[in-house]
Design a protein around this ligand. Sequence first.
Ligand code: GDP
Length: 424
Amino acid sequence: MVKAVVGANWGDEGKGKITDMLAENADIIVRFQGGANAGHTIVNDYGRFALHTLPSGVFYNHTTSVIGNGVALDIPKLFNEIQQIINGGVPKPKILISDRAQIVMPYHVLFDEYEEERLGKASFGSTKSGIAPFYSDKYAKIGFQVQELFDDEILKSKVARICEKKNVLLEHLYHKPLLKEDELMNTLHEYRDMVAPYVADVSSFLDKALKENKTILLEGQLGTLKDPDHGIYPMVTSSSTLAAYGAIGAGVPPYEIKQVVTVVKAYSSAVGAGAFVSEIFDDEADELRKRGGDKGEFGATTGRPRRVGWFDCVASKYGCRMQGATDVAFTVLDVLGYLDEIPVCVGYEIDGEVTTEFPVTSKLEKAKPVLKTLPGWKCDIRGIKEYDKLPENCRKYIEFVEEQLGFPITMVSNGPGRDEIIYR
Ligand code: GDP
């Protein structure tokens, strides 16, 4: 069977931890979208790791880690990451790279930087990993698929086309150094030699695995609100963050996805620009940011301070609905133990009217949070293993959120570690 682990919010919900945990009972873990632009922080027996491209199941001997066709594959970054985990004492993982995955080129990263520089104050807050230029090229049909690396004729003609097009922009829009055909060919040959041992027909591999009743996890990056169609466009990422896209980005039939574990964080955090209705500022925000996650709310890829806010029922309900949540994993709840009272955003006031339906971006920009305050539990809940042992106010918080979401919270995460989970 196939299970997806996806985010309901803006990313950084703790999908990495949940995937690492569920991978114990899985055979194959697939990354199906996104690239090295976001990260998952994982704390387990080997230590603390920030993964960007590798699936969060790489820490087990029994799993195969797959880079699906939907991923933006940055080959040098992937190889650095593999080296880092090996240096950290993790056994060399089994890795497969889809022959249909496309490659992030060094010029994608440059175009990302140049464009953010050009936009100045109006920039998107991109992580400058080349993701938007990469996906633009993929759909403009001038991307490089992994399988093309093994055909020099295809490479040569494509490189010529790409230089012709990109150099106009480099010269006239960005005033930056031009691309050279021979340098690009060299890079592509290096990449070919690096990936060659790992290239596979992933959809056939997964088809066979399904016939053998293996368990496959699809690991999403970011969350619903960063989806290019259903998120806060244009302040979104460039590939779909929804479980439904897992079928395409991995290459499995949609009806095989039986479980959609949707990760929802007990408060809000976001990186990059864009409307964020329940955002908080100043000392209140600094306190939550400092206490958040396992080492404060700072980006796993960029180290940037994340924006933080109270739990947003409107955004999270929508986030779960668009994912098609079968299970909600409610994470990072332990962090809220310091608060006397916990505000929760239960509605948006837009032009004098209150709604609980998540609006389109132009309306979202005008939304003001309608807050309800719940009592805090004022203690450390880490180490608790049973739901009934949680303080009453903590259970009330969970049950209130569950009712607002309309989806069952079946797991509560009360610490970054693999075992810090309470099943309901
Ligand atoms: P992802 O991209 O969704 O995997 O999320 P990130 O890894 O970027 O951010 C989640 C952060 O929260 C990481 O630093 C995790 O180690 C941490 N984390 C996950 N679950 C919990 C939890 O239940 N409690 C605490 N305190 N930290 C958690």
